[in-house]
Design a protein around this ligand. Structure first.
Ligand code: DX5
Ligand code: ZN
Length: 215
């Protein structure tokens, strides 16, 4: 039995009925609610901000895993914390001072992590790992759901484990589905994000069971 956690991304949910999208992922056996915040500057897409996090906070006890794809996240992390995020992750290459950004998140009593786009050096930001509660490996370029997993990114999972002395949980985000999840699990992933593979499935509960690796 694996103890991998599954974080369905509401980016692939129904924006006209977010409450149902959250209730569904609870019913299907999702562990965390992955919330993709995009600013149209760091990534070429815009999604939602703190009001959405606050609205979701009101209707669920699930861990809110807030993935910030925004420039200068340090300007906003405290407001995302106040809105009800439990975990706040950001892209260190988007921040003027990633270490201070982690401090701001932790100062609010929340869990903090850094996210690596495929073209961002893991080694360059490894000095942050001691302060991180988790690290996220992007297996697509951040910006859109429904992209194809880039297999070369998978080797970053054991690299991060090694650089952190095997202490840090690794979340994998992008292109995870019933075919690709094995790659991430074999590489040592602890948390899998899945958006389109869950929300667009005929049997989402089956997808979550499968990618958890319990079959
Ligand atoms: C991409 C987002 C992902 C995305 C995952 O920028 O960070 O979380 O929603 O969606 P799928 O699982 O469809 O690749
Ligand atoms: Zn994400």
């Amino acid at each position: 039995m694996s103890d991998v956690l599954i974080a369905p991304s509401i980016l692939s949910g129904d924006f006209c009925n977010m409450e149902k999208s959250v209730r569904d992922l609870e019913k299907w056996g999702g562990d965390w609610v992955h919330c993709d915040v995009m600013d149209g500057v760091y990534v070429p897409n815009i999604t939602f901000g703190m009001p959405m996090i606050a609205a979701i906070r009101k209707i669920t006890q699930k861990t809110l895993d807030v993935h910030l794809m925004i420039t200068e996240p340090e300007k906003y992390v405290e407001r995302f914390a106040d809105a009800g995020a439990d975990i706040i992750t950001f892209h260190p290459d988007a921040s003027k001072d990633p270490s201070a950004c982690i401090d701001l998140i932790k100062g609010k009593g929340k869990k903090a992590g850094v996210v690596f786009n495929p073209n961002v050096s893991v080694e360059k930001y490894a000095y942050l790992f001691d302060k991180c509660d988790l690290v996220v490996v992007m297996t697509v370029y951040a910006g859109y759901g429904g992209q194809k997993l880039i297999p070369e990114c998978i080797e970053r999972i054991p690299l991060i484990k090694k650089l952190s002395g095997n202490k840090i949980p690794v979340e994998v985000d992008g292109g995870i589905n019933k075919e690709t999840y094995v790659l991430a699990l074999k590489a040592g992933a602890d948390v899998l994000v899945a958006g389109s593979a869950v929300y667009k499935a005929a049997d989402p509960a089956d997808v979550i069971r499968t990618i958890r690796g319990t079959l």
